[in-house]
Design a protein around this ligand. Structure first.
Ligand code: AMP
Length: 308
């Protein structure tokens, strides 16, 4: 089994959707990624930072899912990263109401010694300089590096983002961000341009419309599972990335063929994430539920047609 290093925010989120509103609840990219990856029993470690205001029970929640938190720094006198967002009625788009970097502003990531030789590195949404700082600490070249990012970093650290993109294997990005990064409307053209920026594999997440995987001239598409209830899409992208990374770390097969399965696992896990606010659905999600939904996914997408 491979080791997996997960870098990203561990955060407080306040969310508004057409179905309700929360105060500060547990969120953050590394949190969602870690919870999703924990379904594959990989040896994972989170690298992040929180303030003295961050409750111990949230850290315990991560440890209880076998996520090593030695690399989660606690800055006692600082405040935890805070993000707030409001979803539109279609639930596919949102406005960011607040991004307070707080302790993240001066964060110097430290990868725990035991994880510096991890085979898989998942660089969750964070400042690209921090993402690069983690890559630089790896003592052996990882077999797979995956990077997730968002428009916020494109707006304020585009050159740094380009630098880290040259060093990674896979990028996961949403459709709107792929268009912003390349200036192209067609996602096929956008993926080609992103390839030219570095990553050999490009995953474009399309929310309720699934995800596309590109590699050279190959393309694979997985729909999102149509759900009766979508409550809060926050963290769906990170959950997808965590499922994708966790599955690849478990199977140790980093081929395009196996990445197709990883995309399906990522989509399946993300389908649970959106059913409740924040991390609520993910914290006690059972493997048996994931398995059942994977079967539904297979039925949804399988067809037999004779082509002459
Ligand atoms: P997603 O819905 O997958 O894009 O992820 C939402 C999570 O990303 C939330 O839990 C936030 O705490 C976190 N987040 C929002 N903005 C940022 C940012 N600029 N950098 C890092 N993480 C962020």
């Amino acid at each position: 089994m491979s080791k997996l290093v997960i870098v990203g925010t561990v955060a407080f989120d306040a969310i508004e959707t057409p179905f309700g509103k929360t105060d500060k609840i547990l969120g953050g990219a590394a949190t969602f990624i870690g919870l999703a990856a924990s379904h594959f029993n990989v040896d994972s470690a989170a690298v992040s930072v929180v303030g003295g205001d961050f409750p111990q029970k949230y850290l315990d929640l991560l440890s209880n899912r076998n996520i090593n938190i030695d690399g989660v720094e606690i800055v006692k006198e600082g405040k935890t990263f805070f993000w707030s967002g409001r979803y539109h009625n279609d639930m596919n788009s949102r406005d960011t109401l607040a991004t307070e970097l707080n302790v993240l502003a001066d964060f110097n990531p430290v990868v725990p010694e035991a994880y510096k030789n991890a085979e898989v590195v998942m660089l969750g949404n964070l400042h690209p300089i921090v993402q690069m700082g983690v890559l630089d600490q790896m003592t052996t070249k990882p077999k797979l590096t995956i990077l997730d990012t968002m428009n916020f970093w494109m707006d304020c650290a585009l050159d740094d983002l380009h630098n880290v993109m040259k060093k990674i294997d896979v990028i996961t990005i949403n459709d709107e961000e792929a268009r912003q990064l390349t200036g192209e409307y067609s996602l096929v053209v956008a993926a080609r341009k992103i390839h030219e920026m570095g990553p050999k594999y490009v995953v474009i997440k399309k929310g309720e419309h699934g995800a596309l995987l590109f590699h050279d001239d190959h393309m694979f598409y997985a729909p999102a599972l149509p759900l009766e209830e979508v409550f809060d899409p926050t963290g769906a992208g990170d959950t997808f990335a965590g499922g994708f990374a966790g599955y690849l770390a478990k199977t140790e097969d980093y081929s395009f063929e196996n990445m197709k399965n990883a995309v399906i696992y990522g989509s399946t896990l993300a389908s649970f994430c959106v059913e409740k606010f924040g991390t609520e659905r993910m914290v006690d999600l059972e493997n048996s539920e994931v398995h059942k939904r994977m079967q539904q996914f297979k039925q949804l997408t399988q067809f037999n047609i004779e082509l002459s």
